[in-house]
Ligand binder design. Structure first.
Ligand SMILES: *Cc1c(COP(=O)(O)O)cnc(C)c1O
Length: 463
């Protein structure tokens, strides 16, 4: 997954194991707008600000570590997706990337729909007033209770993921005297990650019903026969952090092929096609994500072309971006605790959080950038690894980066693009308390998810 050359400082170049380490060309005080939320900048004193507020003030008020989320940026991105796809398509924000009641309200106001994949996410969405018909319920093993809650609530669609689930959902709906709108999730044999995709032989995974061997066609056959179900379309989600649109091209081709087979066999044209999420964002300056309008144009053209070739009316398209909306909107603010230079290797910078607030580096070998946030510095760059405070040597937040050589305990550093899959995957490892999410907008900050307390921890421990 890693694709950028490993960076390194000039003073280490002779001793580092790999030969291609180079000093960073860019100014370490600069904040690349590609990886930072829109309102992020530095004030006259060199302190990083967001939404008009200095991070030093945020740290004082809310403590560190903290996720700092730029509300205006979130709304801008949500609106950009909504506008790009227009009235003939639907944008479902993937709640698993980061969900809170404030986020649900913003999405509602900006005209987006919402994907949930558990009873907890459904409860959050409903409690913040998202209309049930704008919610899609996902997951490869929804419990009978979750299915019943979703059907009772009247969710707009349930995405069916197995033969058992087809029967379960139909049964629940029928028992409740309802007809549930459903999509069937299929695997089209495409797996996409960043700049590569594999067009065949990726049916070996837990999600979806394989197109190969006629299984997806059989699932549709069975679902169409059940009174409790209204089959509205086919769903395909091919991967994550995708930059290359050709994976979607192959997926759309195969989904439309199935729609054509369904028309030929059953005489029905399913009205919807969902192409999932997975669109990439910039974690470092090396990443070049596409804009929502480019993605919308590409996906619409692909589906329209495939449908014309198959002589099908173009179905209503939906997409499910999670990371691409919330990822770039937040950064994690940490305080530096220790700075440990290892001769001939690198300097380890320990912060007051770690794998409990960002598991992505340990889990996926994810790349991040980092900046000194409480001041600027003209010191020589030093090669660092930003690590957490957990009892695990894999507890790494930023694997390879440069920070100014005069970095010291007490400095604040910020890791951008942590809005997606960081708070939502956060844990209590080592009984570390999960950080708050502080939303800023127009010079005002407010906590939308509060910091966990020791009381919260102990409340669950019932002895
Ligand atoms: C995870 C997921 C998404 C969102 O993925 P991103 O990479 O955050 O855009 C969308 N749809 C489905 C079905 C998913 O599982």
């Amino acid at each position: 997954m890693s694709r950028s050359a490993h960076p390194a400082g000039p003073r280490h170049a002779d001793v580092l194991p790999e030969g291609h380490y180079t000093a960073p060309a860019e100014d370490l005080n600069a904040l690349d707008p590609k990886v930072w939320a829109h309102t992020v900048g530095r004030d006259a004193d060199g302190v990083v600000t967001v939404g008009g507020i200095a991070v030093t003030q945020l740290a004082e008020e809310y403590g560190t570590p903290a996720y700092v989320l730029d509300e205006a940026d979130f709304r801008d991105r949500a609106r950009a997706w909504r506008t790009a796809f227009g009235a003939d398509a639907d944008v479902f924000y993937a709640g698993k990337a980061f969900l809170s009641r404030a986020v649900v309200r913003w999405l509602h106001e900006e005209g987006l729909n919402l994907d949930v994949c558990s009873g907890g996410e459904l409860a959050t969405a409903l409690s913040a007033g998202m209309p049930a018909e704008r919610i899609a319920f996902h997951g490869n093993n929804k419990s009978p209770e979750e299915i019943e809650r979703a059907v009772r609530a009247g969710v707009g669609r349930i995405v069916l993921d197995s033969f058992q689930e087809i029967v379960r959902v139909a049964h629940v709906a029928q028992t409740l005297g309802k007809r549930q709108r459903v999509q069937i999730r299929i695997t089209v044999g495409v797996e996409a990650h960043t700049h590569e995709f594999i067009a065949t032989a990726h049916e070996d995974q837990k999600f979806g019903i394989p197109l190969a061997g006629g299984q997806a066609a059989e699932a549709v056959r069975r679902a169409l026969q059940l009174d409790g179900l209204e089959v509205i379309g086919i769903h395909s989600h091919i991967g994550s952090q995708i930059f290359d649109m050709s994976g979607f091209e192959v997926a759309a081709h195969r989904v439309v092929g199935l729609l054509k087979d369904i028309r030929d066999e059953h005489g029905v044209e399913l009205p919807e096609i969902d192409l999932g999420g997975g669109l990439g964002i910039a974690y470092t300056s090396d990443d070049d994500p596409r804009e929502p309008h480019e993605i919308a144009k590409a996906l619409t053209e692909i589906v329209t072309r495939e449908c014309e070739a198959a002589r099908l009316a173009t179905p209503r398209i939906s997409v499910e971006p999670g990371r691409a909306i919330v990822g770039p909107t937040a950064f994690t603010l940490y305080e530096v605790g220790t700075v440990k230079p290892l001769d001939g290797l690198r300097t380890y910078v320990s912060v007051d959080g770690g794998m409990s607030d960002n598991i992505r580096t340990a889990l996926y070998d994810a790349e991040y950038s980092v900046a000194l946030a409480s001041r600027t510095s003209d010191a020589e760059p030093m090669l660092v690894r930003v690590v957490g405070k957990h009892c695990e040597s894999g507890d790494i937040v930023v694997k390879d980066a440069f920070l100014p050589g005069d970095l010291a305990p007490g400095d604040l550093i910020a890791v951008p693009a942590t809005g997606a899959y960081c708070r939502s995957m956060a844990s209590n490892y080592n009984h570390v308390l999960r950080p708050p999410v502080v939303a800023v907008r127009d010079g005002e900050a407010r906590v939308i998810v509060r910091r966990e307390t020791e009381e919260d921890l102990l409340r669950l421990d019932v002895g």
